[in-house]
Each structure stands twice: as structure tokens, then as C-alpha cells.
Design a protein around this ligand. Sequence first.
Ligand SMILES: C[S@@+](CC[C@H](N)C(=O)[O-])C[C@H]1O[C@@H](n2cnc3c(N)ncnc32)[C@H](O)[C@@H]1O
Length: 259
Amino acid sequence: MEKVKAKKHLGQHFLKDESIAKAIADTINLEGYEDVLEIGPGMGVLTKYLLDKPINTYVIEIDTESVTYLDENYPKLKDKIISKDFLKYNINEVFEGKQFAIIGNFPYNISTQIVFKTLELKHQIPEFAGMFQREVAQRICEKKGSKAYGILSVLAQAFYDVEYLFTVDENVFIPPPKVKSGVMRMRRKEDYSLPCSEKLFFTVVKTAFQQRRKTLRNSLKTLNLSDELREDVVFNLRPEQLDVAQFIELTQKIEADGI
Ligand SMILES: C[S@@+](CC[C@H](N)C(=O)[O-])C[C@H]1O[C@@H](n2cnc3c(N)ncnc32)[C@H](O)[C@@H]1O
């Protein structure tokens, strides 16, 4: 069959460097799960290295032309090709509550949404690895104090140990994207339950970073905190000055304040 024609609106940039595809496939350690889900397999450059591993490989692909290509070229994928939009699909129709890893050379136009959906499914996802636009991969792994540190960094690092692995040049893709790419990995922490309300933690982090230049005293005004709590020294800080543990502590204080 003909090769798939790259479609811009689906973020299709096909990897042509096999050694990078293999390096991405090798980022996952296969511990604690039997299934892996690749998001956006395209023509299967990464898939074929996953299929060599002692693991069940499933793929989810929105592009029907790519699905036909995979169907015709990878008999080993039989019954494991999900022809759907990852963001809209209820993945438990396949995994039924089981643990599985996520991997991919992700479509950059929806990369942060992929991370948010992973965080929603974190109870089932011990490991997540793959390629993003470099800035997004870096942002997830960034520590407090840096400009790129934000919602994605705090929320991902609350539940996962994150690691930026390597940078990938534009010219190893067809067609080449306008930006560099970065490969990163997240491994779920052994104890990833928060000692505070998770819902409130998400609200505090998102609200604080919506006005990242302001002190928490100003940015968290909408949460209707007591005057007494707002006197706490932590409210003199801006969100990028707090690490994950401090955000958890802040959430506990707000919880005790009776919000
Ligand atoms: C950057 S390309 C990578 C293709 C292939 N893995 C490679 O490395 O050559 C991203 C892939 O994600 C697919 N895709 C885009 N949006 C998607 C979605 N919402 N759900 C599933 N797949 C999607 C695209 O069709 C494309 O095949």
C-alpha cells in the first residue's frame, strides 16, 4: 500500500529515524503492567519496536488512512487497533480497569490534553513516555523557580517522577515540524495518593497559575479564604516559588480553613 499522506490538522509528522523510534520504545520498563497503548501510531515506526517486546501492544489512531495502513502491514496488531480519537474514547472499553502504559510520538496539537487525560487515569497508568514539542516535555519536567514551571509541572510531578530524556531534531521527521522535539518519561510514585483533597489541589494550582505574576494573596482571592489564613507568609509568594510539597501544604491549610 501507498504510504500515508501527512495531514497537518492531525499533527502528523512521521519519524524517519529508526534509531530514535527504538530509543523511544526502550524508555518503558514493562514493570507492573502487561499492556501498552501507543497513541498516534501513524505508519507504525515506533509500533514495530513495541511489538518485539514481551508485552501486549494496543494502538489508538484517529486517522483512518493510517489505520488501514497498520492493518495491512502489521498482522501482529490484529484486534489491537483502536480506530478512535484518544481524547474522546473511553479506554476502559479495552482495558477494563487494568494497568497499562502509554507511549507515543504524540500529536503536538493535543499534547497537553493527553497529559491531562493521563492524570485523570493515573490509577491505571504506572508509566507514560514519549515525544512532545520540546518546550512541552521540558515544562512537564521543570522545577520551581523557572519560567516554564507551571500547572502541567506541578500536577504531573504530584503523582509521577518525571524525567526529560533527550532532544530530537526537526529533520528526522517527514514533514519536519517547525520546532524541536523532546522525549520524556513519567513513572508513577509508589505512594501517589495526596494527603489533601485532590480536587481542591487541582483548583488551587490552576487558580494560582492563572495569574502567575501575582502573589497567592491576590491570585487566590476568588477562593474566599479567611483574613486570618491570608496573613500566612506563604501568601506573599508567587506560584512559581512553590514546589509540589508546598502546594500540598497550602491546599491542606485551605482545607482546614473550611472552604
Ligand atoms: C506526530 S504523528 C506520529 C506518527 C508515528 N507515531 C511516527 O512516529 O511516525 C502523530 C499521530 O497521532 C495521530 N493523532 C492525532 N490526533 C489523534 C487523536 N486525537 N487520537 C489518536 N491519534 C491521533 C495522527 O494521525 C498521527 O498519526
